[in-house]
Design a protein around this ligand. Structure first.
Ligand code: SF4
Length: 481
């Protein structure tokens, strides 16, 4: 192979085996330029369950003239000297024996994870932002021994990449299993600019053609995935899937073009559903199974300051309206943040209690403290004092609390809301399809069941990874002989 890319979706305890998408988009772009590329997914889990087979696979795909080993770091939260750290080092040592001149390239959308992995792997280059076009130039520059900077950010928004007409992300050589649930990237960026948000392409025009795929491109991908893997289940990665009703209708037309029934999980913005009520039944008709909303706070002043302005009364009645149509066929989840402006410990305790007492018709809540991390490019990071924050060595501080206290309060409420949370969230609903379970079974799994499922999940994960490895070894059996 010319290029080998390692990716894993999470390093947590036992998680459902869902593939990530970034590495596959990059591989697809490289392959379109006739550069032989292979993605090895779940590499940390494989190292855990089947180390011998993982190293056999590496020995088959890394050749002494492989140009670079890419590591997609978005979801790799690795602690120094952890087990995962040691796995990465042993893979790199092994790969460098096979290909002494190989370069190490690290990329991904979460800068702190990219920096950690780049340090651990002693990377030659870091790619900032979307890599779809930069990666091809980088490949040729390394091949032609050009002198290159450590940080490559030629085109971090991939403006030169024809995203709207892009080809399918996953390929028949990617070891995808029959009926595997996959990720689907319909658009990039978000029309909003929430003050704490560190995503890229914020505030972009929702009607742009540039970062939203065409009906034809989407239909091609759905058709390819169905023909090659029988895939009908997706986690849609758009930051705000429902940015316009027109976009939803385009996706629905693409689904109808292919003529199959699709099920999906997605991220939605409630303000948009509120003014485009037709989206409630449209999403149901399209096949929604799980949705995540970002409500952040039920203190109206705090929510409005960060850019979420519906207000708790409207939120309550909107969620009741949504429930009338979706009922128990769709699992809903929302994120909450501790530490926003105007939110004191007392106000947070008050609105968290109302959530605990089912003020909002939502199945699950996840809670996190506000993070203003070094290197983040958020409005809060740019102008902390304007919003009442002082940046300190240990994080932030405002008139009510500091980051550590926010962390403790978030943990306290996360623990309390565990009893109130009822069913699985977005990743779980789509990810459990990869155990071959049907939606009746998945939607009946309570949070209580989930808490006690680690042994079953570990077993199911082992089966999934074994099948994946076997497919990958089968596809690459002729390599490097
Ligand atoms: S938090 Fe969500 S809605 Fe707000 S800017 Fe970020 S992606 Fe967009």
């Amino acid at each position: 192979m010319n290029v080998v890319i390692l990716t894993d979706s999470d390093t947590g305890f036992v998680r459902v085996p869902l593939k990530s998408i970034g590495a596959y988009k990059v591989a697809s772009a490289l392959r379109s330029s006739n550069i032989d590329t292979i993605v090895i997914s779940h590499f940390l889990k494989l190292a855990d369950f089947y180390p011998k087979e993982l190293f056999t696979l590496l020995s088959k795909v890394v050749k002494n003239d492989t140009i670079f080993l890419g590591i997609s770091a978005t979801f790799l939260k690795i602690k120094p000297l952890s087990k995962e750290h040691k796995v990465i080092i042993s893979i790199l040592n092994f790969v460098k024996k096979l290909a002494p001149n190989i370069k190490i390239v690290v990329g991904g959308s979460l800068l702190e994870n990219v920096s950690t992995i780049a340090q651990i792997s002693k990377a030659n280059h870091i790619i900032k932002g979307y890599a779809d076009s930069t990666i091809i130039k980088l490949y040729h520059d390394i091949l032609n021994k050009k002198s290159l900077s450590y940080i490559i950010d030629d085109d971090p928004l991939a403006k030169d990449y024809d995203f709207s007409n892009c080809t399918p992300s996953y390929s028949s050589i990617d070891g995808i299993q029959k009926e595997e649930a996959l990720l689907l990237e319909v658009s990039r960026g978000c029309r909003f600019k929430c003050k704490f948000c560190n995503f890229v392409l914020l505030g972009r025009n929702p009607k742009t053609d540039k970062y939203i795929r065409t009906r034809y491109s989407l239909a091609k991908e759905l058709e390819y995935n169905y023909a090659n893997f029988n895939t009908t289940d997706y986690l849609i990665t758009c930051d705000t899937f429902n940015e316009t009703t027109e976009k939803l209708e385009t996706v629905y037309s693409a689904i109808k073009d292919v003529g199959i029934k699709i099920n999906f999980s997605c991220y939605l913005r409630l303000e948009l559903i509120n003014v485009n009520r037709e989206q409630i039944s449209l999403l149901k008709e399209m096949g929604i199974k799980s949705a995540t909303f970002g409500i952040e706070s039920l203190n109206d002043k705090a929510a409005k300051t960060v850019g979420k302005g519906l207000g708790k009364d409207k939120l309550k009645s909107l969620l009741e309206d949504i429930y009338k149509t979706w009922g128990e066929d769709v699992r809903t989840q929302s994120n909450l943040i501790v530490g926003l402006p105007y939110d004191s410990v007392e106000s947070i305790n008050a609105w968290m209690s109302s959530i605990e007492n089912n003020y909002l018709k939502i199945h699950n809540f996840t809670i996190s403290p506000l993070g203003l991390f070094d290197g983040y490019d958020t409005e809060f990071n740019k102008h902390p004092e304007k919003y009442g924050y002082k940046l300190t060595e240990t994080g932030w501080q405002n008139e009510y609390m500091d980051q550590q206290e926010a962390g403790r309060l978030a943990m306290y409420w996360a623990e309390r809301l565990k009893k109130r949370n009822s069913y699985l969230g977005l990743e779980g609903v789509t990810g459990f399809r990869n155990y071959g379970w049907d939606y009746d079974k998945i939607l009946s799994i309570s949070m209580n069941d989930y808490e006690n499922m680690s042994d079953i999940m570990k077993e199911q994960n082992k089966i999934f990874y074994k099948k994946y490895l076997n497919k990958m070894l089968f596809h690459n059996q002729g390599e490097n002989k």
